[in-house]
Design a binder for this molecule. Structure first.
Ligand SMILES: [Zn+2]
Length: 145
């Protein structure tokens, strides 16, 4: 057979447009005569276009911002918040239940309940303040949120 092995290497360069003009002329001339290499080139082209399709693109800030705004991440943030607050609410409910059904001098229940209620109020206030702050600064607030 002809010197196909040599042209296989050049074909990769041809696809990547990295060949000197005389080199690509050489490869093309070989491809005219060699059907095996033409098939090989098709395979290479197919593979490299697939590779390009899955190539990892480094996310730009814009992409990250869009991701942060997309409904799913918003949903998961809301979901996380609901879980945390729901857990707190359940804990407080249980503690209040203990508080009212427990004995008069149940200090070990009263103190944690007071701590949780105060802590929750502080957190809630912070969340609301943070929300107001980002809302007033958010240039996209007219679009769906
Ligand atoms: Zn060949």
């Amino acid at each position: 057979m002809q010197n196909c092995e040599k042209y296989r290497h050049l074909m990769v360069g041809l696809l990547d447009r990295e060949l000197a003009p005389e080199e690509s002329a050489e490869v093309n001339e070989h491809l005219i005569r060699c059907s095996e290499c033409r098939e090989e080139l098709e395979r290479l082209r197919d593979t490299s276009s697939k590779l390009e399709a899955v190539a990892f693109e480094e996310p730009s800030d814009e992409v990250l911002r869009r991701l942060w705004r997309n409904p799913f991440s918003r949903l998961s943030r809301v979901g996380g918040l609901v879980l945390v607050l729901g857990g707190y609410a359940a804990l407080i409910g249980f503690a209040l239940f203990e508080f009212f059904t427990g004995g008069e001098d149940n200090l070990w229940v009263r103190v944690p309940v007071a701590a949780i209620v105060i802590g929750l109020l502080i957190l809630l206030l912070l969340v609301i303040l943070e929300r107001l702050k980002t809302y007033s600064k958010d240039p996209y607030r007219e679009i769906e949120r």
